[in-house]
Design a protein. Structure first.
Length: 409
């Protein structure tokens, strides 16, 4: 029986070995930056098809070997005790060497993870091209101005092979990357782009985790690091030097904390902007403020002719509830949370965006166009106007007066 199992495993084992060698020889290097938009899209679509085909074949061969391995173990457990030792030796000889089926299965799964990362990159580029987010690259040689990026300290290589990859990456960033085209600028210090990349990578890792895959592999760590801009990668290497034990889990935790800290900085900067706007508006006299006050219109409606006023009033009755207290009034009329401080605290409790005030995403990832305050014309939501709602006592009176004027209109 064991001879039959060995014979059935051998063809699949040979096919998997050949396929793994084939994948290793695949050209997955970044595409040329001088390609046109259409050429870039075609090459990424072709790469995606090849990766999908290789992945399907890998999964098929791995599944076959896993079934054979399970059947073999069940057979060994059923044979008499006198023959079991002999069968176990045959199993060990077939399974436990460097090119045994267990090692091939493990190597195949690691390759699938790597290919999935590359396919995700191609899908992301294709999606951006379709949305028109990536401009067509020039077909002739273009000279790009030098970008004044933060200077990175040039490390020295001490001869330890384990530290070679880290040294090589740092040297590449500090020495070779000088002229930077538009497509490569996406990987530098752009708040929105690097966060999107990290979050997309984290989603894939969670999916693999749910499938029972082991993520503590050097190949996964390399793929994640290759997606990071240089300024984040430098911080990652600093963390490695400070900690004796490093892992993919710690890398993911560090990136999550970095995103969280960036959000806190964004909120802090928001208050600084509000303070500056208050100081600039303090120079405006009472007469000008009165003009703004008496000519105001709703920040959530569009001005229409007199004949459509009744229709607008009907629409306003079906408006969404207040984002702060869920009652039936405009966000900037909320008396439950009348001041800027209480409203900001409420948004923080709801993990809501400071631009559209809706929960479920951060301000930096908000797809809604940037709001302009009706009162001070600053770049923030009208309900968060520092000038109008900074004083809680005055805010209540202003809200009541605003309601009366809106009813009169």
């Amino acid at each position: 029986m064991s001879a039959t199992i060995i014979l059935s495993a051998r063809p699949t084992k040979e096919k998997l070995e050949a396929l793994l060698k084939e994948v290793q020889e695949m050209d997955l290097t970044p595409l040329e930056q001088m390609l046109t938009r259409e050429e870039t899209r075609q090459q990424h679509e072709a790469r995606k098809r090849i990766i999908e085909e290789r992945t399907m074949r890998l999964k098929l061969h791995i599944s076959t070997l896993e079934t054979i391995n399970t059947n073999w173990i069940q057979y060994i457990q059923q044979v008499p005790a006198t023959k079991r030792k002999q069968e176990e030796d045959k199993y060990a000889q077939m399974v436990e060497d460097k090119r045994g089926i267990l090692n091939l299965i493990s190597e195949g799964k690691e390759v699938i993870i790597t290919l999935s990362m590359y396919m995700n990159d191609s899908e992301l580029v294709i999606q951006r091209l379709k949305e028109g987010e990536i401009k067509e690259q020039p077909t002739q040689i273009t000279y790009y101005p030098t970008v004044n990026l933060p200077q990175l300290p040039l490390a020295t290589f001490g001869g330890n092979p384990k530290l070679w990859r880290e040294f090589s990456s740092r040297f590449e960033v500090a020495v070779h990357l000088q002229k930077i085209p538009d497509i490569q600028k996406l990987t530098w210090k752009n708040d929105r782009e690097w966060k999107v990349t990290v979050e997309a990578t984290e989603r894939i890792l969670r999916q693999l985790e749910a499938m029972g895959e082991n993520l503590e592999q050097s190949s996964i760590e390399i793929i994640i690091e290759n997606k990071l801009p240089a300024w984040i990668l430098d911080r990652v290497y600093q963390q490695k030097e400070e900690q004796k034990i490093w892992s993919v889990a710690k890398l993911r935790q560090f990136l999550a904390k970095l995103i969280q800290r960036n959000e806190e900085v964004t909120r802090s900067q928001f208050f600084d902007i509000m303070k500056e706007q208050k100081e600039s508006k303090s120079k405006i006299g009472p007469r000008t403020n009165q003009r703004y006050f008496t000519e105001e219109t709703s920040a959530l409606t569009v001005t229409t002719p007199q004949t459509n006023r009744k229709a607008n009033m009907k629409i306003s009755k079906t408006q969404r509830p207040c984002v702060f207290c869920n009652k039936n009034h405009w966000d900037n009329e909320c008396q439950t949370y009348p001041s800027l401080e209480t409203r900001m605290q409420r948004l923080k409790e709801n993990n809501a965006c400071l631009n559209c005030l809706q929960p479920g995403h951060t301000t930096i990832n908000c797809k809604t166009r940037k709001r302009v305050c009706f009162y001070c014309k600053g770049h923030h939501n009208t309900a968060l106007c520092y000038t109008k709602y900074n004083n809680p006592a005055q805010s209540v009176g202003l809200i009541e007066e605003e309601k009366i004027q809106r009813r009169q209109r």
